[in-house]
Design a protein around this ligand. Structure first.
Ligand code: GDP
Ligand code: ZN
Length: 454
């Protein structure tokens, strides 16, 4: 039992910093009944809300609120867990936390509660990661996908593929001692069709995971165009009714240079180069340099020009020259209503070939679907809803590796030992996703990215 090696008590403020109606301090450790009675003067009943004062060492009340006790192993971490629900002010929360430290707890590291849940087998690694992904989800679609992973849908699918690999491996390894029967055996056991089935399932998971990676990280869009060409109008149209949702959430602060909208749940991180002016102000310059570094990671450049101004583009050379090459570019000809043009999609015949030109009116909302469709095409988005797996780069890497091993196995059907070895390697790659084959230092990296108190 790995928990036996980490019996120390940890504590952290679990609610977001700042003021709120309620604030929660969470405590986890081997045995917390005494801890609770030292804090409240009484021992709480398991999983019952107990209204009580939380007292300091001298017996004076720090706050009063609800104490919950989840005895091991029926808790989030698998250890004894206490939840102190007090009033959500930063000072009172700090005082409650300090009291917990006085009672022998130490401050939890980022993600340490979830890490303990993982070590105690309450969650596998993919589920643990989805806890952080849910907290960090920037769109409703990403949040729904994270919840599906948290409930184990992704892990179950991986486990079923691993089971199929193990079955096939056992069959193959059982015949390794009888080389003269190898080929006949593979046919009798229908090894190749079974392998093909595994390959197809892996490919399907990988495809849905790629879609989920999009939901998670979104698309970086650079918007180029002079003032008044209609950039804000276009963004409003693209975001549609979702825009209010995105920008009203506290914490999704907008700065002058970048904002996030969403299309079909995919976050579009938009950087407006109109903000990239020459400036003498040092702070502003630092911001602008940071923006340039983001621009270097652009997935698509959207260039707006004004149809009514005879489509002249006066983007400064200094900006043009620094835009990344080899990135998809879309020219959006806006204000077609003023120029008497129709909405449409034109593939420009000029070099570089295949560059897309869209004619729209941001004000009237005509042609906006074309822009949306083009962005989704560039993103590679073709999934809908429930099937998407909110994957991380780490998961994609493991899935690709597993798929490569399965494909190598298919090419090794004449050499059973190599065949079996490739199956074993595929299984190991999948084990990295759920955490069965994961190095300690990787665990450290994964959990250190969590917020404190989770
Ligand atoms: P930005 O400075 O590039 O963000 O441009 P805005 O979106 O603020 O638009 C500048 C002006 O152009 C506003 O008065 C808009 O109403 C107008 N505008 C934007 N798009 C269109 C369009 O398609 N047709 C017409 N007639 N006016 C537009
Ligand atoms: Zn604007």
């Amino acid at each position: 039992n790995p928990a036996a090696r980490t019996p120390d008590v940890i504590a952290a403020i679990a609610t977001a910093p700042g003021r709120g109606g309620i604030g929660v301090v969470r405590v986890s450790g081997a045995s917390l009944s005494e801890f609770a009675s030292a804090l409240c003067g009484r021992t709480p009943q398991p999983r019952r809300a107990m209204f009580s004062a939380f007292r300091d060492a001298a017996g004076a009340a720090i706050d009063e609120g609800i104490l919950l006790h989840f005895p091991a192993p029926a808790s989030f971490t698998g250890e004894d867990v206490l939840e102190l629900q007090g009033h959500g002010g930063p000072v009172v929360m700090q005082m409650l936390l300090a009291r917990c430290l006085e009672l022998g707890a130490r401050l939890a590291e980022p993600g340490e509660f979830t890490r303990r849940a993982f070590l105690n087998g309450k969650l596998d690694l993919a589920q643990a990661e989805s806890v952080a992904d849910l907290i960090e989800a920037s769109t409703a679609a990403a949040a729904r996908s994270a919840v599906r992973s948290l409930s184990g849908r992704f892990s179950e699918e991986i486990h079923r593929i691993v089971d199929a690999l193990v079955d096939l491996r056992m069959l193959v390894e059982a015949t390794l001692d009888f080389p003269e029967e190898e080929i006949e055996f593979l046919e009798r056991a229908r090894a190749m069709p079974r392998l093909e089935d595994i390959r197809a399932r892996l490919e399907s998971v990988l495809d849905r995971a790629r879609q989920g990676a999009l939901l998670r990280s979104g698309l970086n869009v650079v918007l180029v165009g002079e003032p008044n060409v209609g950039k804000s109008s276009l963004l409003n149209q693209l975001a549609g009714e979702d825009r209010a949702i995105v920008t009203d959430i506290a914490g999704t602060t907008r700065d002058a240079l970048r904002e996030t909208i969403q299309i079909e749940g995919i976050p579009l991180h938009i950087i407006d180069t109109a903000g990239l002016r020459e400036t003498a102000d040092t702070v502003e310059r630092i911001g602008i340099e940071r923006t340039w570094r983001e621009i270097e990671r652009a997935d698509v450049i959207l260039r707006l020009v004004d149809a009514s101004a005879a489509v002249t583009d006066t983007t400064p050379e200094s900006i043009d020259a620094r835009l990344p090459q080899g990135v998809e570019r879309i020219t959006v000809v806006n204000k077609i209503d003023l120029a008497g043009l129709a909405a449409g999609r034109i593939e420009e015949p000029v070099e570089p070939s295949g560059r897309i030109c869209l004619q729209v009116s941001a004000k009237r909302g005509t042609g906006i679907d074309l822009v949306r469709a083009e962005l989704l095409r560039i993103a590679g988005w073709h999934a809908h809803g429930e099937d998407v797996i909110l994957a991380r780069e780490r998961h994609l890497h493991a899935l690709r590796a597993a798929l490569a091993h399965v494909e190598s196995a298919a090419a090794q059907s004449a050499a059973l030992e190599l065949f079996a070895e490739e199956l074993r390697l595929a299984q190991e790659s999948l084990g990295e996703i759920t955490g069965e084959f994961t190095a300690d230092d990787l665990l450290g990296v994964i959990f250190s990215r969590f917020c404190i108190g989770k």
